[in-house]
Design a protein around this ligand. Structure first.
Ligand SMILES: [Zn+2]
Length: 236
């Protein structure tokens, strides 16, 4: 099992690691800072370098559905590390930080819309959530409320709770389609001070002020009971 350093510290930009498996262009490490695609957040990108000087670009990262292996995907034609070799892994931090800001922004959006979430996606420039909702909320009002929460600069933190605690508090789960991963005994929850708490394995900023100004974009009708709300960074 790969040690997932990003779950405890989303701001770690590099780490040393040992290569435990290489399969084609898929590399498994003993520990990593690369987030694997999941929960609507895309996999991380960056570079990996061996002490011997091999420089490899990591173009994606995901977990193998069958084995659960945490795979770093190298660019086509890249050199490959050898099993047992030590590498330093470096995140494309600019991209990751935008994804962190957008992911936390989507949790704010979730706190403002009183409906179940049926889907979502975190992007570098925009993000979206699909809600089980018949009426579209007012765009300007929602933009104003989102920016109020950003300006509050509320603290964002995480905790691990037991699966029993989660089952005793079903209102914590806002996503109707994706259940939080169970079977490990504990579930990670992300809390935004006095605003929101929900199970989430993603990477988040430390406080809402770090998100910066937001703007609600298109609100799309995706079926009678489905409204897709898109949000953007308003200064980028
Ligand atoms: Zn989340």
């Amino acid at each position: 099992m790969t040690i997932e350093l990003f779950r405890e510290d989303a701001y770690k930009k590099k780490c040393k690691a040992k290569v435990v498996a290489v399969n084609g262009n898929q590399v498994e490490l003993d520990q990593t800072i690369f987030y694997p695609a999941g929960g609507g957040q895309p996999g991380d990108m960056g570079i990996m370098q061996t002490i011997g000087g091999k420089l490899m670009s990591v173009v994606d990262c995901y977990k193998d559905k069958g084995t659960g292996a945490h795979l770093h995907i190298l660019a086509d034609g890249a050199e490959k590390p050898d099993v047992g070799e030590l590498v330093s892994a470096n995140l494309n931090w600019d991209r990751r930080h935008k994804l962190m800001r957008m992911h936390t922004a989507l949790h704010l959006l979730c706190s403002l819309v009183d409906a179940g979430v049926t889907g979502g996606s975190v992007g570098e420039e925009k993000g979206r959530l699909d809600f089980d909702l018949e009426e579209s909320p007012d765009k300007d009002e929602l933009t104003a409320k989102l920016n109020e929460l950003v300006q509050k600069n509320a603290r964002v933190g995480f905790d691990w709770i037991t699966e029993e605690q989660l089952e005793a508090n079903p209102e914590l789960v806002r996503t109707m389609s994706v259940k939080p991963p169970m079977g490990q005994g504990v579930v990670r929850v992300i809390g935004i001070e006095d605003i929101d708490i929900q199970p989430c394995g993603g990477t988040h900023v430390r406080s809402t002020g770090e998100i910066g100004p937001l703007r609600v974009g298109k609100i799309e009708k995706k079926g009678r009971m489905n409204r897709r709300i898109n949000i953007h960074f308003s200064e980028e």
